[in-house]
Ligand binder design. Sequence first.
Ligand code: PHE
Length: 466
Amino acid sequence: MNENQKRGSFSGTLGFVLAAAGSAVGLGNIWRFPYLAAKNGGGLFLLVYIILALTFGFALLSTEIAIGRKTNQGPLTAYGKLNSKWSFLGLFSSVVPIIILPYYCVIGGWIVKYMIAFLNEDMLGTTADGYFGGFITSPVFPIVFFVIFLFFIALVVYKGVNSGIERLSTILMPILVVLMIGIGVFSLFQNHTDGSVTRTGLDGLKIYLIPNFEGLTFKKLLTVIFDAMGQLFFSISVAMGIMVAYGSYVPKKTNLLKSVNQIEIFDTVVAMLAGLMIIPTVFVFQGQEGLSAAGPSLLFVSMPKVFNAMGGIGSLIGIAFFLMVLFAAITSSVSIMEAIVASFMDKFKMTRQKATVVVTVIALVLGLIVCGGYSFYYFELTLPNGSIAQVLDIFDYISNYVLMPITAILTCILVGWVIKPQAIIDEFTANGEKFPRRGLYIVMVKFVAPVMLVFLLLQQMFNFIK
Ligand code: PHE
């Protein structure tokens, strides 16, 4: 076997694009994007988001995929191969997925539980708040579902890039899109009367799509930009080692620029569909106030309440919804585990099978600590950004809010100033392809992206613009 066969590789462009899009499309698209859009003036947020995706997002995503393909290494060793003094950056970008994988799988377990709850109609007639609180604080069940979810992810990664990850993504991603469109269309035709007011899905759609400039101040615009930037940054799965790992499995003949564009379009379209699905539904059943929920409370409390309020068909929509969320979480979790497995294979010359077992054990231990944060040793800690945290939130804060922007800033410095942007552009044009956004790319990696990321880091850490 030659080196490539041993490491594995995607069979072609489509497999790579769907796997990378599967990584990008995750809980972030579903539980944060719609909320941020509703909070930040609807269409205004969408516009800012798209502009950032075409500039900032494009530069970061291109850089990581090219680093992977150029070095043919997982994140832990890729940076050192570009410049031996920068090996430490590999460590940063491998620590991030090690922290994220366990808590993402804990949430994956919650999703499995909710899908089953809708299947058995357990949820009907409960207050969704009580149900969620009761579930996550129970000492055993969250662990059981976490372990089921983690083992499934491990199985996919164990089977390898081609017969595991690629095959799974080519099945799940199309189904996910169909489910989203179906639920989205359904949500537009909903209406509900509360006392004397009737709200329709179309009213909700207007909140989502029409730009709202009312009361727009400079400070508010800054918040919109930061929210869009933070969201985009998390959504395209950069600074977590994932895109470097996936890039390292991309065949040399693949057109990278086209792939980057397709991944970004896929991710953005799915985020927008998530908004189309969630904003009208929540607005119809809970009004404007319902739209202020994000994160776990949107997924595990607000949405179940909406499904309960729909009556008979609610269970069916609930099942479809949680199945869709489950698919999104599975493909993202697989990618984050793969980032670590690739690192271990390349650094310690382990087989894929052995690396997968080691990573699963690490995730299992850390995941148990996360689960226990809601039961055995429940505590509340106030983070520097003002939010109240349990173990899961602390893991999220360290990885997502602190280490990821630092990793991305350092990557921009390495590429922009040490190995120079041309090294990345050469990877994009290796088969004679054109790279029309050359000037934009160079300005972005050298100046604009690192400066924006420094502000993002400070904002996320301390939340100084409120
Ligand atoms: N893009 C993913 C999301 O939106 C981010 C992610 C990928 C998180 C992989 C965890 C694992 O959720």
